[in-house]
Design a protein around this ligand. Structure first.
Ligand code: ADP
Ligand code: MG
Length: 410
């Protein structure tokens, strides 16, 4: 349990409290989530952390090499760390298509930062959490580097099994936390948070001690943990992940990396946070689908699925797979769908060049499937929506049962 939670938490960009895993075949697993949680870049998450009194290193942000160089000089730090900003993790071990290795670079010479940034900005960075072709880097963070004597892992996330937030931590944080969760689950510690009480002092101290913080560092780490929980509540997060939460030789506990995901249901009261959201790293079809309140996830196959209900959509993808086909997508129209959404869904599916066939599998119990004489009529939502799209003749209204009976009796 602890291991699976930690690996859920460490899979940057691939988690959400309601994520389910859809096994299409034994080698491939696609995530199907009914919600698309907002994610922010590391520098944006760190700004929020700073505002909550969480310790992060000094930093500037730049979108061009001269600004990056300026920032490096302005920091007047003993050592500088230059970090590519993309929504995926694993940057430290990533590779750019400029040939540069590593999305996180340490240097004692600020004058090389401009050149390093010129090999990051405008290039794609591929990490084990990005698609193969990588993600284009548009921003870099230029920060004060600190010596790190120990790297730990800490996260707070919503856990359905516990009906609320849970703290997850490991004394062995850093870049290979997925491996720790996999191979040494006993090094992953968990504390269930009582939503009414919040993080108790003894819980924060126990977690700090499990993370291996000793002496005065234990109190300092516990304070950081409590501030991270305050932030978690304040911004309606579904997850706050810090990897590494490190200690320095000067005896400081510092959040060196930051990843926060937000509850989309809270958008109405988190305007400032959601205004920072950048959809440019999202799949354009998924973004378009979200506009119409459709749950769409692109997959690799050629058979599009047009389905209502997440369970039915998963089963439909599995059935296609079982019979040797490959689903091109997961599309859940949801309940309460209108003709316009049906039309937009069809438009999305047919615009995908991979799609060679569409399998329509609609559960009539939650939507009216048949055609109706008037397209404005609320009956016949699915057929009317599809016929709005179909370029050919409009669908004739379906015969009624009595008409069918009459036809048979003639
Ligand atoms: P990612 O998780 O995407 O690989 P991180 O921000 O965790 O990116 O950076 C990777 C590694 O780089 C960290 O585990 C840490 O060892 C080092 N690092 C990151 N920020 C700093 C910093 N400010 N000072 C010194 N080392 C750093
Ligand atoms: Mg990290």
């Amino acid at each position: 349990m602890a291991a699976s939670m930690a690996s859920q938490a460490v899979a940057r960009g691939l988690h959400g409290a309601s994520a389910k895993y859809l096994f299409l075949d034994k080698f491939k697993c696609a995530r199907v989530s009914s919600r698309r949680w907002l994610n922010l870049q590391e520098y944006q998450s760190k700004k929020l952390m700073q505002e909550s009194g969480v310790t992060v290193q000094r930093f500037y942000v730049a979108d061009n090499p001269p600004d990056a160089l300026q920032a490096a000089k302005r920091l007047k730090a003993k050592e500088i760390v230059l970090k590519a900003q993309i929504l995926a993790g694993g940057r430290g071990k990533g590779v750019f298509n400029s040939g540069l290795k590593g999305g996180v670079h340490l240097t004692k010479d600020p004058s090389v930062v401009g050149e390093l940034a010129s090999k990051m900005l405008g290039y794609s960075l591929t990490t084990k959490q990005t698609p193969k072709e990588g993600v284009e880097v548009k921003t870099v963070m230029v920060a004060e580097a600190l010596d790190i004597t120990r790297e730990t892992y800490f996260a707070i996330l919503m856990d359905r099994a516990c009906n609320g937030p849970v703290m997850v931590g490991s004394p062995q944080g850093g870049m290979d936390i997925e491996e720790v969760a996999d191979k040494s689950p006993e090094l992953i510690f968990k504390e269930v948070i009582d939503i009414f009480e919040g993080v108790r002092d003894d819980q924060a101290l126990r977690m700090a001690s499990n993370l291996g913080f000793k002496g005065p560092l234990e109190r300092q780490a516990a304070d950081q943990i409590m501030r991270l929980y305050d932030l978690f509540l304040k911004v309606d997060a579904t997850q706050v992940e810090v990897n590494p939460l490190g200690e320095t030789p000067e005896g400081q506990v510092v959040c060196f990396d930051a990843k926060i995901s937000f509850d989309d249901n809270a958008e109405f009261r988190q305007n400032a946070v959601f205004a920072m959201g950048d959809m440019s790293e999202s799949d354009p079809t998924e973004t378009e689908a979200a506009k119409w309140d459709l749950k769409y996830i692109g997959l690799d196959g050629n058979i599009a699925c047009f389905v209502n209900g997440a369970g039915l959509a998963m089963a439909t993808c599995d059935i296609i797979d079982l019979h040797g086909g490959k689903p091109a997508n997961f599309l859940d129209l949801g309940g309460g769908v209108k003709e316009k959404q049906v039309y937009e869904a069809f438009k999305l599916l047919t615009a995908d060049p991979k799609v060679e066939a569409i399998l329509v599998n609609i559960f009539g119990g939650i939507v009216n499937c048949g055609a109706s004489p008037s397209q404005l009529d609320c009956a016949g939502i699915i057929a009317n929506g599809i016929s709005l799209y179909t370029p050919g003749p409009q669908l004739a209204p379906l015969p009624t049962i009595s008409e069918l009976a009459l036809a048979q009796s003639v």
